[in-house]
Design a protein around this ligand. Sequence first.
Ligand code: 5CA
Ligand code: ZN
Length: 412
Amino acid sequence: MDSWVGHEVPRLPGRGGPLALFDTARQGVHPDTGEGDATLYVCGITPYDATHLGHAATMIAFDLVQRVWRDAGRSVRYVQNVTDIDDPLLERAQRDGEDWKVLAMRETALFREDMEALRIIPPEHYVGAVESIPDIAARVVELLGDGAAYRLDDGTGDVYFDVTAAPRFGYESNLSRAEMLEIFPERGGDPERAGKRDPLDPLLWRGARPDEPSWPGGDLGPGRPGWHIECTVIALNLLGERIDVQGGGNDLIFPHHECSAAHAERLTGRAPFAGFYVHAGMIGLDGEKMSKSKGNLVFVSRLRADRVDPMAVRLALLTGHYRTDRTWTDDLLAAAGHRLDRWRRAAAAPAGPDGPALLAAVRARLADDLDSPGALRVADEFAEATLSGVADDPAAPALFAATVDALLGVRL
Ligand code: 5CA
Ligand code: ZN
């Protein structure tokens, strides 16, 4: 499907250094030593409701990954999916008496607008689950042929992945089996389903049900794809057998990314699937994770409708480190608005302090596991010094504006 429209990213003098990121699988920050094209897969929305600030924060985190890589001279191949067929979408459409396809189209269109407003660099491929169904079905057939998957014999046509076919299962999330069993049903899993070999076996293909949409699945029979295999297949087919970064919110650590990795590694015979499994913290409101099912959402589109500057929203979300679970408050947004104002005044000043030093410091902060709070601090110091009028470099304000535009995505 169509992606959104990008903005020009200013070119900065010199080059940034390699990016170090926290990898969930290895539980530590490691430098990304890859060369050439960098590959990024980010788990996108299930479009049954509008983009909330949690989605926005996660997209901004991976936007920084892309910006730091580009600044280091790497070209980036970036793929993001849209889960445009899944249970939550059908349930919401049913609840509201709406056509699920129209619901998905509308929310995806709104998401694109939100991403554009937030100046998120678009993915090279923005791919729906529905348009990927033939590819997904073919891979499920492959797993069946290989003995890594099995069909339930209850006449439903449902196909499951056998977790014992993935000897490393658990390496990505680092969870014990007891912890996995606890989380699995909370995140779409069905441990109680009769006939499965292991309670943790994830669904690969759901056989057609009379009241649900379905697609031809070749040897699988009609049905629709499971969730984890969707991301595996889209990433494998568009980015190759091994990707640099698999990204999403930390609600996807298990089972989603564990299972996607298990599927991919079984299909390719190569491990690990991703060099880095990178997870953004959850944005909450009033102490609770912002989620569609809890209904405690602040929508990006709502803020836009209220004429809030999207750059203030972006700055507010950059105020905390991407990995920390954090809370959205009106105060956070107000503070970001003031910061934006100060930065704009500094960018318009006749002179500032050492511009190249500012650029080097912002680069260093972001290369260190995307330390956006540190980058904001450095930019604040620059803005304060500029506004106090002690500075004498006439080129510095323009370099300041280009730096925060290119590296933080904040246009002044
Ligand atoms: N379609 C799947 C991924 S394949 C999905 O999780 N969709 S979603 O709409 O629920 O979330 C879209 C992205 O936003 C995912 O990366 C998810 O991890 C992230 N996300 C969801 N809720 C939050 C939140 N409250 N804070 C931060 N990120 C979130
Ligand atoms: Zn995904």
